[in-house]
Design a protein around this ligand. Structure first.
Ligand code: SF4
Length: 451
């Protein structure tokens, strides 16, 4: 499964009003984490009401639906999904079992899915989807029979889950949040008056005026309900492996992860890249939207003007009909156009956040050359993506990752740039204030944090 965003709210205010709408807005602020499917499950006096469909938050929910679902607590999920039928992977997963009802939403991916599925199928389990979240919900429901509380059941199954994940689980009486012991996927606790929240990113809290309490710690299980916050356990492992891609691309620039603002980290990536790979140029341009911070850093160190040369169609969405080859070349799929006066006759450096297939790089170079740029130098504010992510970072095979089979020089020729450079691994560590023992960088290094 690809990346996702989680948002949960337990409303302890006397007028448990607007909970569903708040979750809607929370997911809307995290739309960048997934545009393919959206789901919300609400707790209406112990009864679960839910809706999940393919599409973005505004496609799936409207005022009437939210009003009908209203309750005092709920969990929501947005999903980016490479599979053709995103609906199959829409979450939360809602099940009925011997102890009642449970809704589960997951950000991340397991690497032992097949093994767990086979084991459960041999014990008689029947699955409706091929989603990791469904496997987790079945594991919890089975473990629950042997324990007094759901937290104990989750603690029992966590060692069986190999991979990187953040989880939110709702029962009629509480919401539980959990992170894998390596802390690969973020999950943050928030508070506003008497209401308690869990979110994949702090940017949501900025918008909803929610106070950040703290991150759920790697390996920790927390409960939010009427009694407040309770930390159930923390599996303490020395090594951590926060996904470095959260800083590079997944998170919104105004989010803060482990005390470091994402914009600041990206700007540092650009600064370091400029020192590692300066280019003789007249102007720096950035690729909307995630290339801005690193381009600003690159321009600052190079002491060159940063130009807003690309125009992006505000109504861009992921439901386009198949474009022709010529349309792809002209940037139609990315809904990008270039303001000629910014680049005509100039030596241009275009800074982007990362390069995966190389197709975007080619489009950018073509667009800039068509607009009259004299030279086009491409700078990528991340190392070469050479390896597959098994933890919900991307679902791309090695054949799709251009750096896994081409050298930088070959990619430069393929995209038609005058020069091409990537940020080094050391540069990435420095910008994210991390080390090999605190960050997952496996898609760049091939050193996976889980065997
Ligand atoms: S392999 Fe890459 S995308 Fe996947 S968790 Fe690690 S750093 Fe993130």
């Amino acid at each position: 499964m690809d990346r996702s965003g989680l948002f949960a709210m337990y409303n302890n205010n006397a007028d448990a009003f607007n909970t569903a709408a708040t979750i809607y807005y929370g997911l809307f602020s995290m739309q960048h984490r997934g545009m393919d499917a959206t789901g919300i499950c609400m707790n209406q006096n112990g009864q679960f009401k839910y809706k999940k469909e393919d599409g973005m938050v505004i496609d799936v929910f409207d005022e009437d639906v939210l009003e009908r679902m209203e309750g005092h607590a709920g969990i929501g999920h947005v999903l980016q999904c490479a599979a053709p039928d995103a609906r199959e992977y829409a979450q939360p997963i809602v099940i009925r079992y011997t102890s009642g009802q449970m809704a589960v939403a997951l950000n991340g991916g397991l690497i032992n899915t097949e093994e767990l599925r086979k084991e459960l199928e041999l014990q008689g389990a029947v699955f409706q989807t091929s989603d990791d979240a469904e496997i987790i919900s079945v594991l919890i429901s089975r473990a629950r029979n042997h324990f007094e509380t759901i937290e104990e059941a989750i603690a029992d199954i966590m060692p069986k889950l190999k991979g990187g994940y953040a989880l939110v689980v709702m029962t009629p009486r509480k919401i539980i949040g959990a992170r894998d012991p390596l802390g690969m996927k973020p999950l943050i606790l928030g508070k506003k008056r008497n209401s308690l929240y869990l979110s994949s990113e702090t940017c949501v809290y900025n918008e909803l005026d929610v106070e950040v309490i703290r991150e759920v710690m790697p390996g920790e299980i927390v409960t939010i309900n009427q009694s407040g916050i309770k930390s159930f356990q923390q599996i303490s492992e020395e090594k951590k492996a926060l996904c470095a891609y959260e800083y590079i691309y997944h998170s919104r620039p105004d989010s803060v992860i482990k005390g470091l603002e994402v914009f600041e980290a990206r700007e540092a990536m650009g600064c370091i890249l400029a020192k590692e790979a300066p280019a003789d140029a007249d102007v720096i341009v950035w690729v909307p939207n995630s290339g801005l911070a690193s381009a600003a850093g690159y321009a600052k160190v190079m002491n060159l003007p940063l130009e807003d040369a690309f125009i992006k169609n505000k109504f861009h969405c992921n439901k386009f009909i198949q474009p022709t080859e010529d349309m792809v070349h002209r940037g139609v799929t990315m809904q990008l156009a270039v303001i000629k006066s910014r680049v005509q006759g100039k030596r241009v450096v275009v800074v982007d956040d990362s390069m995966v297939r190389g197709t975007t790089g080619k489009v950018l170079v073509d667009l800039l050359r068509d607009a009259g740029a004299k030279e086009v130098h491409v700078r990528i504010a991340a190392p070469e993506v050479k390896y597959k992510c098994y933890f919900g970072g991307n679902d791309l095979d090695m054949e799709s990752l251009v750096s896994s089979y081409k050298t930088d020089e070959q990619i430069k020729d393929m995209i038609g740039a005058d020069s091409l450079a990537f940020l080094s691994i050391d540069g990435l560590k420095e910008a994210c204030r991390g080390t090999e023992d605190t960050l997952c960088m496996a898609c760049f290094t091939g050193k996976y944090p889980v065997e």
